[in-house]
Design a protein around this ligand. Structure first.
Ligand code: MV4
Length: 480
């Protein structure tokens, strides 16, 4: 490969281009009118305007992006995450136009894009799954029978749903009919597919995912887990690797299961297999994400592997250069997603102007960033500014470095989730490792942050007063 087009923007576009440059590969950026001066455009060797700000008039225009790729004689397209990354038709369109899609084949994207198709694909592989059914259901009486069999509470899920969309918890039989009707109509309007199914509701799970990587020669490896339980309304906020609850034995079992999931759909490239872990430490396969994920850096820090480099190599048809036994976990890594959202105001997007924007620096600190001081944050896209990633020999070290890095990250003009990161890193439940997917709901109250801000303001006022009094003394000296 000599030239890669990155069909994305922000931090991930830059992240991908950094590795391409390292490998001596030319880079092409695409951008919308509001991103004219964006860092990812400046970072690329070549950049092409593809349309207006709304993503359906720019970053989602598969045909347009392929036309640009052909015009510039691009060998491959890296889709990043979001936008076209899990669009099976786009992956196929790349291939039919003689351009390598850096990702799995469209067949694997299609299978894993449907939860029911995914369950069907892994059927013969002995993958633990939550008790439930593996086909769409519309008959309420039949649903009642199944629910009684598996026991309430149950969860109704949309086959085409993702990120928690279209899920409904049902506590007892009397609510089942109405909830099921709602779930079907919601799924129909949201995804154009009203297929829903039923699972036993796992009440207090941890969300643990396994990174996998596969080449075109049938080799599949896993790169251990990421713990992603600290999330707010299905939006991950803090991720880490490794998880503090997995034993080497459980890690090996989950890794093997993840590899089998990848094999079940002839997977190629980087993928993530999501599991729920219940309080008894039973794990269940949930779904597979067929892209490079936002939180991939924590895996890179504990394994020393550049995942984008591997993606590019396997996309070129190379044999995976590492074997499972070559891999081991070294140290601990944390990631905080820095969003332009106000943690004091229900995480409302706080788009505006970055009056001050200074990143923390230092050993064991990595910032995957897409913004610069003086920029406006466009309202059209995800308001994630950067990912603040820290490393330590131990989890405690990674947490302390995170707290320090947050203090040295200076943003004015917009509110960010940085103070929320401090809240998480100081919280006893997080520090002890005793938390699940309900951590934020259970422990976060904006008032605790306000109290922290108040205490900080008081200290700042006291320092100012002390300085003032000292200055006064100095000024008066000549008079004494
Ligand atoms: C579940 C569950 C409990 N029981 N399935 C949420 C998103 C989608 N990927 C699957 N999800 C869940 N499925 C059963 N049978 C709880 C969740 C869930 C969740 C999962 C991972 C991370 C955060 C979550 C937050 C709420 C619910």
């Amino acid at each position: 490969m000599k030239k890669i087009l990155v069909a994305n923007r922000g931090e991930i576009a830059i992240r991908v281009m950094k590795t391409a440059k390292k490998m001596g590969i030319q880079t092409v950026a695409v951008y919308s009118t509001v991103d004219r001066n964006a860092p990812h455009v400046k970072f690329a060797d070549e950049a092409v305007l593809i349309g207006e700000a709304p993503s359906n008039q720019s970053y989602l225009l598969g045909d347009k992006i392929i036309a640009v790729a052909k015009e510039l004689k691009v060998d491959a397209i890296h889709p990043g995450y979001g936008f076209l990354s899990e669009n099976a038709d786009f992956a196929e369109l790349c291939e039919t136009n003689g351009i390598t899609f850096i990702g799995p084949k469209s067949k694997a994207i299609k299978i894993m894009g449907s939860k029911l198709a995914a369950k069907d694909a892994v059927k013969e592989y002995n993958i633990p799954m939550v008790p439930g059914i593996d086909e769409a259901i519309t008959d309420v009486e039949k649903a009642k029978g199944i629910a009684k069999e598996i026991g309430f509470p149950i969860l109704i899920k949309a086959s085409a749903g993702g990120g928690g969309k279209g899920m409904r918890v049902v506590d007892s039989e009397k609510d089942l009919e109405s909830q099921m009707m709602r779930a079907i109509s919601e799924a129909t309007s949201a995804f154009g597919d009203g297929s829903v199914f039923i699972e036993k509701y796992v009440a207090s799970p941890r969300h643990i995912e396994i990174q996998v990587m596969a080449d075109t020669h049938g080799n599949v490896i896993h790169l251990f887990e990421r713990e992603c339980s600290v999330q707010r309304r299905h939006q991950k906020v803090v991720e880490e690797a490794p998880s503090s609850v997995l034993t080497p034995d459980l890690r090996a079992k989950m890794g093997e299961a993840a590899v089998k999931v990848a094999k079940s759909c002839d997977y190629v490239g980087a993928g993530t297999v999501e599991f729920l872990l219940d309080e008894q430490h039973n794990f269940y396969f949930l779904e597979m994400n067929t892209r490079l994920q936002v939180e991939h850096p924590v895996t890179e820090l504990i394994t020393g592997v550049d995942l984008v480099e591997l993606q590019i190599k396997v996309a070129q048809g190379e044999v995976l250069p590492i074997k499972q036994d070559d891999l081991s976990i070294k140290g601990h890594a944390l990631e905080l997603r820095v969003y332009a959202e106000d943690p004091l105001n229900d995480f409302l997007p706080s788009v505006g102007h970055l009056d001050t924007y200074q990143l923390p620096e230092g050993s064991n600190i990595r910032v995957d960033n897409g913004f610069e001081e003086g920029m406006d944050i466009p309202i059209y896209y995800d308001p994630m500014l950067s990912k603040l990633i820290t490393y330590g020999t131990t989890r405690e070290e990674a947490i302390e470095t995170m707290l320090e890095a947050i203090n040295n990250y200076h943003v004015t003009g917009v509110a960010t989730t940085l103070p929320f990161g401090t809240f998480v890193c100081k919280h006893e439940a997080f520090r002890s490792g005793e938390f699940d997917t309900h951590f934020v709901k259970k422990h976060y109250d904006p008032k605790t942050l306000e109290a922290e801000f108040q205490a900080e303001a008081e200290i700042a006022a006291m320092i100012a007063l002390k300085q003032y009094l000292e200055d006064q003394k100095l000024l008066r000296l000549p008079n004494l």
